[in-house]
Design a protein around this ligand. Structure first.
Ligand code: HEC
Length: 100
């Protein structure tokens, strides 16, 4: 006897993904502008490689959201060593967090 279940599970990745409007002004952020702290050098080296740093740091996210975001960037090929993951997420949360 077989019960056939047809499950169609669509995992929607509903990260806070905002569209970047063409021509949108990105404030220029240089690595030298980054506040001091653990994880800073990784952020400076890694996060400006594929898009402007200002785009990477233009959001205010919670820790969980930054963790998901950084994970996604790693999935896209960001060269972040596993041991750099936590410091980077901590750094982003501390300086670019939601403050809560
Ligand atoms: C291997 C390339 C790559 C690296 C390295 C990378 N990203 Fe990204 N990132 C992307 C791509 C591709 C997108 C989506 C396309 C876009 O918005 O330009 C994106 C988008 C983003 C967005 C969303 C931007 C928006 O306006 O919606 C954030 C935030 C972000 N990245 C943060 C980071 C952070 C933080 C790091 C460093 C840990 C990082 N990225 C490193 C490829 C990369």
């Amino acid at each position: 006897m077989s019960v056939r279940r047809s499950f169609s599970l669509v995992l929607g990745f509903a990260f806070l993904w905002s569209d970047v409007a063409p021509g949108e002004v990105q404030s220029a952020v240089n690595a030298a502008d980054l506040p001091e702290g653990p994880g800073r050098s990784s952020v400076a080296e890694v996060c400006g490689a594929c898009h402007p740093l200002g785009q990477a740091l233009g959001k205010r996210l919670s820790r969980a959201e930054w963790a998901a975001m950084v994970e996604q960037m790693v999935g896209r090929g960001a060269p972040l060593a596993p041991e750099e993951f936590d410091p980077v997420v901590d750094y982003l949360t501390a300086w670019y967090g939601t403050g809560g």
